[in-house]
Design a protein around this ligand. Structure first.
Ligand code: AMP
Length: 284
């Protein structure tokens, strides 16, 4: 398996193994890999000649220093997991200096308002950090296809916008959410939950399912659905709802009055003690 810790050697290697016709699939991650990440890698392997994955905990997308410090870093275990998918996957695991030199700051991005909703509201600067790292990585790897999880749906839409605005040639592919057996969306942050918290956190997905049923049935207002979800989450005193929003998938603007021509989605962020979890569900 090829593992690179710097962009120059990664790029030189990619030049030697590819030509104009080679398709490159790319899966950017922050490591602490789980079955959700593996599903992205498998999709890339199936659909491309070469698959590259990056493992980099990007400091500029963290608005909370404690969250950055506590983010799990498990490179050796990650590499073992990647090997179980394929030995041919190329891993790029740089340090902060390789990406940012001695100045780890983000560039500013305009995503036509997508950045002002939900994660953008509660994590100031987060999407500038995401745009900075994703653009940087796409410009190093030049992938044909890059794979992103539906779990981070707002991020997916933001990346699509950034790619379009910068005329990058990569197709952005959306991959389905992988869940634990109790329905909790897989996340690297789940590792930080106690077994009881991890089991109780099933309520997050359950409340999304409830919201979906109520929305599709159409007898209660969007506001009432929000109140029901808040009540459900707060029935556990260790859980704190940061936001619940039903929004238009394209603009991410909150749904106030339903329109037949729009696709809606529910988004949720919950603190389980100090660990922040997000999830989403299509309301189609
Ligand atoms: P992360 O390492 O959290 O930055 O995630 C890397 C990629 O994996 C992102 O595109 C995520 O949306 C995706 N991802 C994270 N969790 C899941 C999941 N449970 N199922 C599918 N994809 C996921």
């Amino acid at each position: 398996m090829k593992i690179f810790d710097n962009k120059t050697s990664l790029q030189s290697y990619l030049v030697t193994i590819s030509n104009q016709k080679t398709t490159i699939g790319f899966v950017p991650t922050m490591g602490a890999l789980h079955a959700g990440h593996m599903s992205l890698l498998k999709q890339s392997i199936t659909n491309n000649d070469i698959t590259v994955t990056s493992i980099f905990v990007n400091p500029t997308q963290f608005n909370n220093a404690k969250d950055l410090e506590k983010y799990p870093r498990t490179l050796e275990a990650d590499i073992e997991k990647i090997k179980t998918v394929s030995n041919a996957i190329i891993v790029y695991a740089p340090n902060v200096e390789d990406i940012y030199g001695n100045n780890p700051v983000s560039n500013h991005f305009d995503y036509d308002g997508l950045e002002h909703q939900m994660e953008g509201k509660f994590r100031p600067g987060h999407f500038d950090g995401v745009g900075t790292i994703v653009k940087f990585l796409l410009e190093i790897v030049h992938p044909t296809n890059a794979y992103f999880g539906e779990k981070d749906f707002q991020q997916l839409q933001i990346v699509r916008k950034m790619v379009a605005k910068n005329n990058l040639k990569t197709n952005i592919i959306c991959c389905p959410i992988y869940r634990e057996p109790n329905g909790l969306a897989m996340s690297s942050r789940n590792e930080r939950l106690t077994p009881v918290e991890r089991s109780d956190a099933a309520i997050i997905y359950k409340s999304l399912i409830m919201a979906r049923e109520k929305f599709i049935f159409g007898t209660v207002s969007v506001k009432t659905i929000g109140e029901l979800v808040t009540k459900t989450i707060h029935s556990n005193e260790n859980f704190k709802l940061e936001y619940f929003q039903i929004a238009d998938e394209e603009t991410l603007l909150p749904c106030i009055r339903r329109s037949k021509n729009k696709n809606y989605r529910a988004f949720i962020a919950v603190f389980v003690n100090n660990i922040r979890l997000i999830d989403t569900i299509s309301l189609k």
